[in-house]
Every structure is written in C-alpha cells, then in structure tokens.
Design a protein around this ligand. Structure first.
Ligand code: FAD
Length: 513
C-alpha cells in the first residue's frame, strides 16, 4: 500500500503515514497552468513538496516523487512500475478532486482508498451533525450578535467547536466570561506606533532551483517572482508560528481590522499559506496562542480573536464550501456582470487604498484580511464585478489560495453572490476605509465627497450599489439602517450619484481611476 499525498497535505503526522512507509508525491506542471498563479505560490508549493520529500526520506520513508506534465502522465509511469497497486489518499477539500483522482487511478488498473483529511480540526461528519441538528442557534448564554445572522451562524459553530474541544473554555463557560471580544478588536494604531518585525525565510538552494524553474516555465504569470519569503518547511513554519505568538500576537487583536499606509503585515500571523499546505495543523497553531494567554504573555482579546479565525472561520469556510458546491462557484444572486478593471492587474489608480492593496498582492501574493475584504472585494462588489471573475483573480493571486477557501470567501463573503454564509453584503463607503486606516489623509480623492470632482469613488459606487440592488437587499439582514439613508436622498442626488458612478466605471474600465 502506498500513500498518495497532494501538495497541500505536507504533514508527517497525518494518519495514513503511520501505517505504511511508501509515499507517492506528484508535481504536475500543466495543473499549475490552469490559471496564471502567482510565481511565489508555485514556488511555495513545489519547494514545500520537495522539502517534504527529503524530510520523509530522512525519516525512512520510501518516496516516489514524480515530475510530469499531468497527474495522468505521472500515474501512467507509477502503475507501469507498480501494477495494480493499492493507493490510499486523504480526502481533498477541493470539490470533485477525489472523484477525479479515483477515476485516474481506476483507469490505470489500481485502487484508491480515501480516508479522512486530518489536517482540519473538525470532520465533515461533525459539522453535518451540528448543522443538521440546528444550524443557527444552540440557545447559548453567550453574547451572539442576534442582529447579524452571519455572525450568528459562524459564531454559533465557533462556540460549538470550543465546547467540543475545550479550547479557551473554563468548564462549560468561555474563558474570561465572553465568547468574543470584537469590541476591543477594532482599534487603529496611533501614529507613533510601528509594527513588530516580520520574519523572513530566505530561499535556500532547493527553493532557488524551483524559482528558476518557475521563472522559466511560468514566466507570463501575474505577480512578482522576487522577494520570496515564505516558510517552505515544517521547521520554518513552526519558527514563523513561534515568532508570531511571541512578537505579534499580543497586538493582533486590537489591530486586527486596521490598515496603515506602507505596512503590509501589521500584526497578522501570515500563517495561512503554511496551514493550507498542511505544514501546520490548526491545533498546533491554536495551542501556543492559548498558552501565551495562560502565561500572561498575550491578552485574551488577541488570543480569542486569533483562535476564532482558525477554529471558527477557517473550519466553517471549509464546511460551507463542501456543502454548497458546485452551486457556490457560480453563485451570483445580484446578477453582477462587470469585468475586473485593469487596476487589479497593474495597480494603476490614484486611490491609495486600492493601489497599495494590489501592490501587496502583486509583490508577495498576500494581503491581510481587511485589505481583502474591505478594499479589494468591497470595491469589486460595489463596482459590479462578476463574483466568479473576482474569484479567479483571488485564486491566482494569493500564496494561500485554494478553491475550497478562496471560493466561500470571495463569492460568499466578499461578493455576496449567495446568502449561504452571510446575510448582508460587506459593502462600505470611504467612511469605513477612513475609520480603519490612514490612507484617506493623503489620497487625492476626497473621502467626504460623494459626487463632483475628486470625490472618493467608494462613495458614489456604494450608494449606487445600494440603489441598484434595492430589491434584493432592502429587507436583508442589517440593511435597514442603510436604506434609511437611501430613502433620505432626493431625485437630484440620485441623478448625480448615478452619473458619477457611471463616469467612475468608465474611467476604471479605461484604467484611469
Ligand atoms: P490572520 O489574520 O493572522 O488569521 C489567522 C488565520 O485564521 C489565518 O492564517 C487563516 O488560516 C484563518 N482565517 C481567518 N479568516 C479566515 C477566513 N475567512 N477563511 C479561512 N481562514 C481564515 N484565506 C486563505 O487561506 N486563502 C484564501 O485564498 C483566502 N481568500 C480570501 C479572500 C477574501 C475576499 C477574503 C475576505 C478572505 C480570504 N481569506 C483567505 C481569509 C483570510 O483573509 C486569510 O486567511 C488571512 O488574511 C490570511 O492571513 P494571515 O495568515 O495573516 O491571517
């Protein structure tokens, strides 16, 4: 029996590795051409696979490592050498991937047995049991935001996971007495604050070899191939985790939603790429954070905020994706059809927030959560971009992007293509950007103007978005207050807003925003 591990299953502790010492890993080059993936993403995956291969060999495993154009080609070679072999594989979180792999193996005379993917904290069965019993309310004595069904649903799952695992629990009660500390987690840093350092993992020889290969084979992909800094081994990922917990976690909570000009990382963990590759398991990431709280090295608002992202949001997204595919990928309840404006590719815009966020993605394949949600997808949402097209951009542009995690975040949360995981769109005007960042102060666009020359594009597009989608949105979630503002505007204001929004769309489409 041989374990076939995918490039995002690179953990020596996974169950199938405990019962055999034969391993199959495949680098499939055409697969990496399906979209113009960021060169740093391709470097990351191939380099992490090669390092993992060598690590397994050092541990005494017999590894077959195949480089091929396609998975099919690799399996042809594999089964020629090992006729009718029985393969075992962990399930992939990506929709359809398991059936496809089973077919490939069957066609070549082998068998593929699928087992649970234990790189996630919670199993499909656990989520389904929870959702089947009651997907919305467990009668908590905590403090759910009852106005917001989204938070309520995710929040409820999160509480369930905490109860089941005992993470940050004191008996039946949440540690500290509250389930979340969002109120403390919306600060912006004072001007004199400077963000803690961020570790940098310089490419070793193996990574440099991959970089050269990626540059040669995928030279036309979008994104800067230079400046690669991501951990590609479990050892480096553990160092990154350790550094985060001791250096940035203490302020993670307070500045979780903040943005600041010239700063790309702030106090975020930068661990998503390592986690999504399987280099780190969720529990390994969460336990040291909780220990930091217990030893008094990090405050509860930071630790709880971080824990929620990992055992709440990340697991939730995985299961929502699983349960909502294939419809989720093409969901477009608002009927948005615009193409992504060129600024998403060249970063050419006078809008400071957008140009910085695009630059961050281009340079490192990373932007933090608030840039993703409240700048990059918020703008696309109110501009009217087709969610599937935006999903493609996110999927190819980020080092941590995989269909299972990008799709619910972009199509569901960011684009409101469906209400399966959010009951209202994350749409906001310049007000929000200004509150959470220092971008607006020296942006040529005026944050407080909606129409007229140099009015911030976020404003007219925001109001126009609400007006255009009134039929779907007016009665939704917490949109009542927004529509009270909509109702206060007279016809002349709406004409000016529509005109400004149309002009902005034309300018953006021409690359002149
Ligand atoms: P931190 O801010 O330090 O958060 C800690 C961890 O929590 C992350 O490493 C991640 O594992 C987890 N997490 C937090 N929020 C989410 C979430 N909504 N979904 C899944 N995991 C979460 N995350 C990805 O891993 N891959 C993606 O392709 C991706 N695309 C996104 C697209 C959009 C439009 C939005 C709004 C969010 C997206 N996210 C994605 C979720 C989140 O933004 C990233 O996980 C996070 O920014 C990664 O940076 P970090 O490791 O510094 O995270």
């Amino acid at each position: 029996m041989t374990v076939w591990l995918l490039g995002d299953q690179l953990h020596p502790g996974v169950t199938p590795l405990q019962s055999t010492d034969h391993v199959l890993l495949v680098e499939a080059y055409q697969f990496a051409e399906r979209r113009r993936y960021h060169p740093q993403k391709l470097t990351l995956v191939f380099s992490a696979m090669r390092h993992f291969r060598d690590d397994l060999c050092d541990r005494g495993y017999d590894v077959t490592y195949l480089r091929a154009e396609t998975f099919g080609d690799a399996l042809d070679r594999y089964f020629e050498a090992n006729p009718a072999d029985d393969l075992v594989a962990m399930r992939s979180p990506s929709h359809g991937a398991d059936e496809w792999r089973q077919r490939l193996v069957r066609e070549r005379g082998g068998t593929l047995t699928l087992v649970e993917n234990d790189l996630f904290l919670t199993s499909p069965a656990a989520f389904d049991a929870w959702a089947g019993v009651d997907g919305s309310d467990e009668g908590d004595s905590g403090e759910p935001d009852a106005d917001d069904e989204t938070t309520f649903r995710q929040e409820d799952w999160y509480r369930h996971v905490r109860r089941e695992t005992g993470i940050l629990m004191a008996g039946a009660e949440p540690v500290g007495g509250a389930w979340n500390y969002d109120e403390e987690n919306r600060e912006t840093p004072p001007p004199e604050w400077s963000p803690p350092e961020v570790p940098r993992f310089e490419p070793d020889e193996k990574t440099r070899e991959v970089q050269a290969f990626v540059a040669d084979r995928y030279g036309d992909h979008w994104g800067d191939p230079n400046g690669f800094r991501w951990p590609v081994t479990r050892e480096a990922a553990l160092q990154a985790l350790d550094h985060f917990v001791s250096v940035r976690l203490p302020e993670f909570g307070a500045y979780q939603d903040a943005m600041r000009g010239g700063e790309w990382a702030l106090c975020h963990s930068l661990l998503s790429a390592a986690m999504n590759l399987g280099l780190l398991r969720p529990r390994e990431v969460v336990d040291p954070a909780v220990e930091a709280y217990e030893s008094g090295d990090a405050p509860l608002n930071s630790v709880e905020g971080f824990v929620r992202q990992v055992i709440g949001w990340r697991e939730f997204m995985r299961h929502v994706y699983r349960r909502s595919m294939p419809e989720l990928a093409s969901a477009n309840q608002l009927g948005q059809t615009a193409s992504l404006p060129p600024l998403y590719w060249d970063g050419e815009t006078e809008m400071r927030c957008l140009s910085e966020a695009v630059e961050h993605v281009h340079d490192r394949g990373y932007a933090h959560h608030i840039e993703r949600l409240m700048v990059l997808s918020n703008f696309a949402l109110i501009y009217g971009v087709d969610p599937a097209e935006l999903n493609e951009w996110f999927h190819l542009g980020f080092v941590d992007a995989y269909h299972w995690v990008t799709t619910p975040n972009v199509v569901g949360m960011g684009s409101f293509g469906t209400d399966v995981l959010s009951s209202k769109p994350y749409a906001a005007s310049a007000n929000y950007i200004d509150k959470m960042s220092d971008y607006c102060a020296d942006c040529p666009y005026a944050k407080s103007k909606t129409t007229g020359e140099n009015a911030c594009p976020f404003n007219a597009l925001y109001w126009d978005f609400l007006k255009r989608n009134e039929e779907t949105l007016r009665g939704t979630g917490r949109m009542g207050l927004m529509y009270a503002h909509v109702d206060r505007k007279d016809d002349a204001e709406w004409r000016a807003i529509r005109e400004r929004a149309d002009d902005l769309r034309s300018a953006a489409a021409e690359g002149e925003l």
